[in-house]
Write a protein of this length. Sequence first.
Length: 371
Amino acid sequence: MGLFDKLRNELIDIIEWLDDSRNTLVWRFPRYQNEIKQGAQLIVRPGQLAVFVLQGKVADVFEPGTHTLNTQNLPILSTIAGWKFGFNSPFKSEVYFISTRQITDLKWGTPNPVMLRDPEFGPIRLRAFGTYALKAVEPKALLTELVGTDGVVEADEVTELMRSIITSALSDMLAEKQVAALDLASKYREFSEELRKYVEERIDDEYGLAIPQLIIVNISFPEAVEKALDTRTSMGVLGDMNKFQQYSLGEAMRESAQHGGGGEGLGLGMGVAMAGRMMTSPGIGFGTPAGGPASPPPPPAWHVAVNGQPQGPYAPEQIQQAISAGRISGQTLLWSPQLSGWTAASQIPDWSAYFQRPGVNPPPPVPPTVP
């Protein structure tokens, strides 16, 4: 640096910040060892605040506009520096510019699932994510708690702190509201505003920040719960389960007949029907209603060997229907707990009668001829 440049930079006569970024919260004017000239011009643009800091103490704050620095508009700085009768010489002071406009499109999300006690599902884990906007509203708190001696503070530097605060506030809000997990999607707008208030209460006084906007984009369930909900929804869409079972069994038999599988597809149709009957039959798997008569024991379940693979269990009436349709022959192997092993259907007393052909009656005897 030449002598002329050194002499020229010894005194600073214009202090300003040309912000060319969208995420800077605080920027310190690079004074280095230079002194600020008495009567220097301070230019604070819209969306900015200028804060003077001397000896580690926050002094005067300037709002947007052009200001000439003198004793009259630097009362706190004058007191700290001991300028009882004004000053005419250059002085040293740190100048911080703070962005007061909104920093938008910041992301938040739950790094770990949030536990919720749901009235329908019991304890359940939820994940959530969304966006928020950040704004500086209290320069002294911001400089004291977050900035310290940093020359530049970007919004990214406080996102981890904000994510933790939002996650904590979300847990508290869900615990207080006690809304069923399936009803959360209908309350995104309402809960977004509630969550914003929860968060702002924790950061406005302590960190000098505000949250003008916070949006919940999605609250999701664990993968296992989502699969269970999909299954439950599918069952609800099917409607009449008995009709669906009959349809499934008929389709399985029709497909088996077309492919000549000798029973292929039978297991699927019978299995669905059997499951439906077990679900709708009183006393099977669900106990006996209080005060009601004891339910009779369920009929024996049967298993069918199809292409060397066991399928079932099936109800007796399903076995009967399959025999009538020709899907089970006398040589088809069946098994149930009452048998000692796999047995041909024609050899089982319960089913042997279905495979016996009626005998042909002999012709009546010819009466003897009368001589």
